[in-house]
Design a protein around this ligand. Sequence first.
Ligand code: PRP
Ligand code: ZN
Length: 303
Amino acid sequence: MKAQPRLRIAVQKSGRLNNDSIDLLIRCGLKIRATKNALFCHGENLPIDVLLVRDDDIPSLVVDGVCDLGIVGENVLLEQAIIYQQDNAQSNFAVIKKLGFSQCRLAIALPQAQLFDGPDSLTGLRIATTYPNLLREYLMRNQVKAKIVTISGSVEIAPRLDMADAICDLVATGRTLEEHNLKEVDQVVTSQAVLIKSLKTLTENVPSKKNDILELLLRRIGGVLKAQESKYIMFHAPKASLPMIKEFLPGSEMPTIMALDGIEDKVAVHVVSSEGVFWITLEKLKQAGASSILVLPIEKMLS
Ligand code: PRP
Ligand code: ZN
């Protein structure tokens, strides 16, 4: 009998993307035995296997069809997509979904004391980066002549070592810059994790077993992402305030309204809000007469 096809998904081995990527797959119901140092994790309950690699290697693994899918930062993709365009090669991958996690930006940073008065201030400076293509594009876009110093890591220490006057690196919380007395002065691109697929192994519009597995995974990812933003809200409210309350809860469809034993003018309301619930929303609810307000996370959602 022919072996059943399996999907292979490339995920970052360690770093910013790793935890959230694995977490997403587990939330999708995939059981993998996470053994330390293992490169390959066999999916035990779904025909999906995980390959743990360096994030920079993910696009080429997917382009070459070694992996069917990959979870990678747009930053890596953009940096390398520019290479593909230059080589004039047919890009063999497609971005199928933005995943919302690992949000960061590629930014230009200068020593705290240095003045910045727009991109022109970078003229003649040496800028250290691991993203030479995106930096080159930024400099061209702003018609600035500066020297790109391509290094392979620890970009933030380059100014202190006098290897560069400025840097172009990823910033998430800004902590790394602060620790190195640098300040963010301009943004090159923003980035988040995305799911990419190989157009070599997952041909579009051609039904296949692999495409079926992808469909299933995408449905579950959609459910996980939706559940993450959604909250289940329960409260008591005066009947008269219900129309007003509905306006405070955007994205909440078809609330369940239940009678409260022995209380005529109040009801219990249960509602799913799809837009995240903030303190300010709860305070508005309270002002409108709601009480006993409970906000619960939703684990799974399928509609
Ligand atoms: C980036 C970047 C900084 C840090 C910034 O590295 O190079 O070191 O994150 O984050 P912060 O603003 O929250 O301090 P990353 O972990 O993405 O590794 P990589 O660039 O080697 O892939
Ligand atoms: Zn990296």
